[in-house]
Design a protein around this ligand. Structure first.
Ligand SMILES: Cc1cc2nc3c(=O)[nH]c(=O)nc-3n(C[C@H](O)[C@H](O)[C@H](O)COP(=O)(O)OP(=O)(O)OC[C@H]3O[C@@H](n4cnc5c(N)ncnc54)[C@H](O)[C@@H]3O)c2cc1C
Length: 529
């Protein structure tokens, strides 16, 4: 993927079959689907691919044990089906992870044991391992750092785990392989109408500041937490659909949870599920559910969210992590859809209001709607179900745009770099079969580590810039690699080398390098507690 040629294609004046606004899980999945059906597809992303929520998830490909507790069987079954498909279509990025539910009260064993057996049954032949009761000794063997006092045993079950931003870039490359044009740093500022019908968009190329006009037969709004901003471009005053809620994670050293098993706590003080999961040699603990007023691209953890996570981590882990142990902390915004927030509704645009549900009880199911002028909005859902969301969206968009009907091919579509021999412990496994080409450029200095505390080599910076449309130091350290999430201090220290390597690739001057380093370090300071 090369941004200059993508930009030239976006400017060439053609009428696209499908225009997708938003380059997170939902928009990228939709672009893969539309392009694989043979529709001429353009995707525009205001920031970088997966800049928003899609790089800030808990990294689970799961049916959602929590939704089972809420009795949302349909949602769980759909997600379990998609989990199975994703494991088959992108085994280089998604793998099986064992989760242990620690049991301290006598009733928890049978209660969670039966619930998780139901989870196995719902997965049917796409199951990835049966749940089982563990004795106290077996639980301690799997998780030596679990709080032993009053521990009775545990229940083990299996779910999928992945690297969200790497899956996003893999989807972008898969879409491009199928002929789609994708442009990051291209913000839609207005929608253009033709006789009351939506005909395209006015776009700012955020690198040059230039304005572009693009035309399309159908326009899809896949902007997640920002969906209402685009809906208001179509229909000012339309009632808000999204009720944003923030979720925070903290990242800790692996010594707090050695071994391969994750911990799942089914009931925290505020009635939520909490995970502590090994990921890329660290532990991710999360998450929270805090309603917020306005979505922003760089949300910041609130003080009480960090306290909540540390309190629970201390309760279940013998290492008793403190603030000083936090290597990084990151926040994401759930694009939850308010019930009754239909597109055609009029209203005052206020989300919720008195009597509105607590965000943790709003459905995680996806919501598809079409406005009078033909704007197709897809919102809600989860990473795990992105493929099904995309299928439903493109089916509907094809009708709205009057496109020739074509079947969805993605159920068994292998994503770019597909290989089932990748070792998930190998840091280069996320590139799948592209890892070979990456190693070919890893000569001399480029073979060297990017930083002593990070699992990356310098060649990955060059690769991301040359082939994955990384344009800023942030793109490389936050999403092409996951340095910022793994160790924010180390990422800040590595910024200078990343800027130097990128400047050579992109033909930028020293002023650009300095500006990139300062901007990144300022932003990354927000990932330190
Ligand atoms: C804390 C947390 C944990 C989660 N954990 C999981 C999990 O473990 N497993 C799971 O399956 N799901 C999980 N989810 C849910 C999942 O992450 C989201 O459902 C998914 O990432 C939403 O993707 P999206 O594409 O709809 O939104 P986003 O990723 O936010 O993408 C929308 C994009 O639109 C762009 N955009 C906005 N306005 C414009 C414009 N005017 N022009 C162009 N582009 C624009 C934004 O820059 C953004 O990149 C989690 C969510 C949160 C918040």
């Amino acid at each position: 993927m090369n941004r200059d040629s993508m930009l030239a294609a976006a400017r060439d004046g053609r009428t696209w079959d499908v225009l997708v606004i938003g380059g997170g899980a939902t928009g990228l999945g939709t672009a893969v689907d539309a392009a694989a059906r043979g529709y001429d597809t353009l995707l525009l992303e205001a920031g970088d691919f997966a800049h928003g929520t899609s790089s800030r998830s808990t990294k689970l490909v799961h049916g959602g044990v929590r939704y089972l507790q809420q009795g949302d069987i349909g949602l769980v079954m759909e997600a379990l089906r998609e989990r199975g498909r994703l494991l088959k279509n992108a085994p280089q990025l998604v793998h099986n992870r064992a989760f242990v539910v620690p049991v301290y009260d006598w009733w928890e064993g049978p209660f969670y044991g039966i619930g998780l057996k139901l989870y196995d049954v719902l997965a049917g032949n796409l199951g990835i391992g049966p749940s089982q009761w563990l004795s106290r000794e077996e639980t301690l063997e799997r998780i030596p750092t679990i709080e032993p006092e009053a521990l009775r045993g545990g229940v083990i079950y299996h779910d999928g785990q992945f690297d969200d931003a790497r899956l996003a870039v893999t989807l972008a490359r898969t879409a491009a392989d199928h002929g789609a044009t994708l442009l990051n740093y291209a913000r839609v500022d207005a929608l253009t109408m033709d006789d009351g019908r939506l005909g395209g968009a006015t776009v700012t190329d955020r690198e040059s500041g230039d304005t572009l006009e693009v035309s399309a037969r159908v326009v899809i709004n896949a902007t997640g937490a920002f969906s209402d901003t685009v809906r208001h471009m179509d229909r000012p005053g339309a009632r808000n659909l999204i009720r944003p809620s923030q979720g925070v994670h903290i990242v800790l050293d692996r010594s707090f949870l050695p071994g391969d098993s994750a911990i799942m706590v089914p009931h925290t003080d505020d009635g939520r599920v909490l995970f502590a999961v090994p990921w890329h040699g660290r532990i991710i603990v999360g998450t929270t559910d805090t309603p917020i007023d306005e979505p922003v691209l760089e949300p910041r953890p609130q003080e009480q969210e960090l306290e909540f996570l540390l309190t629970h981590a201390t309760r279940y882990l013998t290492g008793d992590p403190t603030r000083e142990d936090i290597l990084s902390t990151f926040a994401g915004i759930r694009p939850l859809v308010v019930e009754g927030g239909e597109n055609g509704d009029s209203g005052n645009g206020e989300p919720g209001g008195s009597g509105a549900p607590d965000t943790s009880s709003i459905s995680r199911d996806h919501h598809l709607s079409v406005s009078d002028s033909g704007l197709v909005t897809i919102a809600g859902g989860k990473w795990t179900t992105y493929r099904k969301m995309a299928e439903d969206t493109v089916d509907r968009a094809a009708q709205v745009g009057g496109l020739e009907r074509r079947d969805c091919p993605t159920e068994e579509l292998r994503l770019r770099g597909w290989t089932d021999t990748a070792d998930s412990e190998d840091p280069l496994s996320v590139y799948g079969t592209d890892a070979g080409d990456l190693l070919d450029i890893a000569d001399g200095e480029l073979r060297e580590p990017l930083h002593a505390r990070l699992p990356y080599v310098q060649a990955e910076v060059v690769w991301a810039t040359r082939h994955e449309m990384a344009r800023t130091v942030d793109d490389v350290l936050s999403r092409r690699t996951r340095a910022l999430l793994l160790d924010a201090r180390a990422a800040r220290e590595a910024a200078g080398d990343v800027a130097r390597l990128m400047a050579a690739e992109l033909d930028r001057d020293v002023a650009w390098e300095e500006n990139q380093v300062t901007t990144f370090r300022d932003m990354a300071a927000g990932y330190l507690p």
